[in-house]
Design a binder for this molecule. Sequence first.
Ligand SMILES: [Zn+2]
Length: 424
Amino acid sequence: MTEHWIRCGVLVTGTGEPLRRDAVVHVVDGVIAGVHTAAELPKDAGPGRLVDHSTATVVPGFVDAHVHLLFTCDLDHERTRAGVENSTPAALALIGARSATECLLGGVTTVRDCGDIDYVTLEIRDAVNAGRVPGPRILAAGPPITTTGGHLHWCGNAADSVDEIRKATRRLCTRGVDVIKVMASGGNMTRGSNKLQPQFQTHEMRVVVEEAHRLGRRVAAHALNTESIRRAVAAGVDTLEHCIWVDEKGAPDLDLDLVDEMARLPVSATLTMAGIARVLLPDADPADAVELGAAHAMSATGNLYDDFAFARTMRTAGVHMSVASDAGVRFTPFREFGRSVECTMEALGLSYSEAIAMSTLRSAESLGLAGQIGSIEVGKAADLVVLDGLANEATRRIAPIRQVWRDGAVVIDGGRVAVLEVTS
Ligand SMILES: [Zn+2]
């Protein structure tokens, strides 16, 4: 039996409850066995078993439900696209393995990859599971289902009729994906796709949902404009990616009736706080001119709080939501996930513990993994991030990462990757 008593100056459980002072997390064989007060620390929990983080804040491992491990955070979408299209699967595997390590450096212990090429992320997932490369728990979607010429069509999974869509979904499941990604609307990364229009009919996406659910997979729908959100919800998808509610001209177009309907459904919206949001943070100084220009070109109002008015309305209405990064796209390094959490505090006006919950337990719930990960509660995997200093509810920044634990083992220590234990 491997056992640790981790003393936490501040503990944030990830459930959204207020943070606690002087707590102790008891970890047995990689699983959280108890959460106690410091007074309950056993006398014999001495060196070897006691880990003293009494000057630090301990939060759950972050769950980033929207990343692209094969994308290289370039300065523009065309470069990223060219990088992916022109690389061999072997080269992409190395890029993805590096991204997986970067996730851990950013405190991210679980990711959902929302679109790859050649199923490379499945290999990375399996290599991480086998202990061959360091990385987070990976849920991989493989190549997303899109239309011919549609968003991310260059990932190689276009389907244009009900039969093709059914076959594409079954093929993805046969290849072993964990989740299905469908492009309900066009997107920013694919020139020639129209992000202001839907790509599929409701009945077409319903086929994806039926087949995916029959085969035990959830469906994530990339949906930017309101009509694509409407159709994806009607089709019964599990998560709505981005979900920014714009009309066919790009103007804000929040449908309050649909928001109310979403609040009654199990569907979850994944807000993506990517680099173009991070650069709008008040302390993003000196911001790179290219990044800043791109951010302001995309921003409706020029500031995060006003840009995310729709999200605050959704939250007030009771829509299930989580926060992700879209890491891998332009200006969005994997190791800076904390900046996305800071964007969440800023954009949604949340307290520290509420913002942590949006990026841990809420994300785990949207992935169907809340029974195993996402919070510091008894029975969950011991995925922990140790942050410098003692946070309080008014803290607006995610402090530098001191340590990262995954399944009860230290995987990052002082900014370095811990030695791998190859398990198979
Ligand atoms: Zn994405």
